[in-house]
Design a protein around this ligand. Sequence first.
Ligand code: DGJ
Length: 732
Amino acid sequence: MIEVLERERTFHLSTEHTSMILHVMESGHVVSLYWGGKVYGKEFSYIVDELKKASYLAWTDGNRNFRLEQYPVLYPVFGNPDLRSPALHLRYEDGSRITNLRYSSYRVLSGKQKIPGLPTVMDRSEDGKESDEATLELVFADRSRGIRLKLLFSVFGKHDAITQSAVLINDSKGSVWVEKVMSACFSFLADEFDCITLTGAWAREFRRTRQSLRQGKFLVDSRRGASGHGQNPFLALTDPGCTEDTGNVYGMNLVYSGSFEASVEVDMQHNTRMMMGIQSFDFSWELHSGEEFYTPEAVLVHSDRGLNGMSQIFHRLYRERLMPPNWAERPRPIAVNNWEATYFDFDRKKLLDLADEAAGIGAELFVLDDGWFGHRNSDGSSLGDWKVNEEKLGGSLKNLGQEMKERGLGFGIWMEPEMVSPDSDLFRAHPDWIIAAPLEEPQVARNQYVLDLSRKCVREFVIEAVAEILEGGVIDYVKWDMNRNITDAFSGELFPGNQKELMHRYMLGLYGILEELTERFPEILFEGCAGGGGRYDPGMLYYMPQIWVSDDTDAIERLRIQDGASLIYPSVSMSCHVSAVPNHQIGRITPLKTRGIVAMQGVLGYEQDLTKCTEEGKKELAEQIGYYKTVRHIMQEGTFYRLRAGENDYAWMHISRDGSEILAGYVQVMAKPNTVPERLQLKGLEEKAWYALEGTDIVRTGSQWIHCGLELDQSMEDYHAVQWGLRRVEMP
Ligand code: DGJ
């Protein structure tokens, strides 16, 4: 797992299929020699020894033959003669920004350690299974400045992933200001890469964006106080010809939900450096004497099996090592949510009528969305006043929950605890609890302010207000929403010189709240939401095992959104609902069957007014739900493959954990005239095993389904969808 080659001054981190090789040079700089498919051997330093000396780069340590800038420096620090983008930028009391960190020692620790205050991929060895996780700690020191840096690499052997994070320690007598500190950085002695990111906006999250790299710097980031709809904290470099199933991919994903940055730089010497961490713009952290600063961690995944290979590694790691263990494996309830059915306009009767219908079609959970508290009948008031509006509900929340239980349904509620409405008792009592700049009228967005979670008293309020609602055992699920980003970044509690700490302190505050609430209420299923996928990241998945992928519930829009999200996030983390037609976001009319098949790619739910459905419609819904109950384990725990992701057609499949059951889905967006017969090739089946196509008497070998494919029904309808189930059988 972690081999230390003392004589070669080399560390070999290996997972089942990959290697990462780090080397300490004579100068005490550490370089990354290799990351990719598994290699064997002891001596790798020739990779840098063979570098031809470039001109016009600064000498290092007075040596004209040693120019650090052309080396694949593992964790570049501002001030060294490496003038490319640094991973670390410090400022000292005397005004200097020059840091000279050199390697000092290492330790190999068994398992994976939790980062204080931050969500992390975890060592689950205590769950009884044998742990193959280990951590390499590399320590660097700048003795004249009294600064130490620890880089932590945790290797997840069976999961084929490595996590990286950094710890800064101030051993000096004064303060040091951290202007930039990345979680992970990797440099390649090559520049022939494509770069894939996930971009978008509200209601169109997770667009795959691919471009070939050129000399210069490419950045994706968020300054919003949330990972954001615009860019996911993810970046992958690939071979230029990399496909879904072939080629090398190097993916990085940050376990963090706040402002971040991820960059790739191709330098003058045709080398490429990728890095990721907390947003450095408007960030500055005062590290007092004796203090430590922990970065969030980044997950590094290499696959030589193309994008599907990378996705499968992320999916398995997140299911088995990141998401709350008691929820990751549990069948996720099929929800009926009242949002698009009623918006704010509901009363007890409407809710119970909806619940009757929900129970009638076989749903398992009723979710009461926004509008049940304070006097909130629009988005104009009451956030922060988490007192049940008993008049509107015709009784207590507990009583309503009991009604749901009597109908055989779990009961869930919506909350947005990070916010406060100007029109609320909370704001009237504590106007100073919001994030707002002095001398400025604070900006509202969706009629609300953001609570300053960097403040202890605010955090305590949030925890107690939420806990009071959740206590009593009637709530099974919480949709934790966040409907605006942070502007006016200023905290009344921080000193003027420390204001740039706010965005990160907010995240630490939020994580502290979630840590406490999820520990206090382990049986409650938390679903993350931020106006859809505005904060869909591994940091949130650590607390909330499912996330509302997008406010766009149109099946055709969802194809693209879910396809992008599937690059990193497992299907079981994607909350996907069937909604009414014409669709509320885009006005499109799609068949119910298509909406069902698209939503069954993830955790199925419904958000339409079931009381308006025809008997025939309800029958179809009940059939959808009945079928999903028989296959949800395939989606939840299985291996996912993207089969097609074109402009006009999308196809995907899941193979159950034991390999015996397969569920595949296909959607053709627009009908095409004069088509030629087409076949859909499946993936990942055992070549020689036999698989029966459900509903038919066709039995073929895995190799036949893979190479010869399934016949696609060439429908003349737009938005046409098909779903197939296959089952492994004995040779006929
Ligand atoms: C935004 C969410 O994404 C919606 O699903 C809904 O919960 C609203 N907020 C409620 O205000």
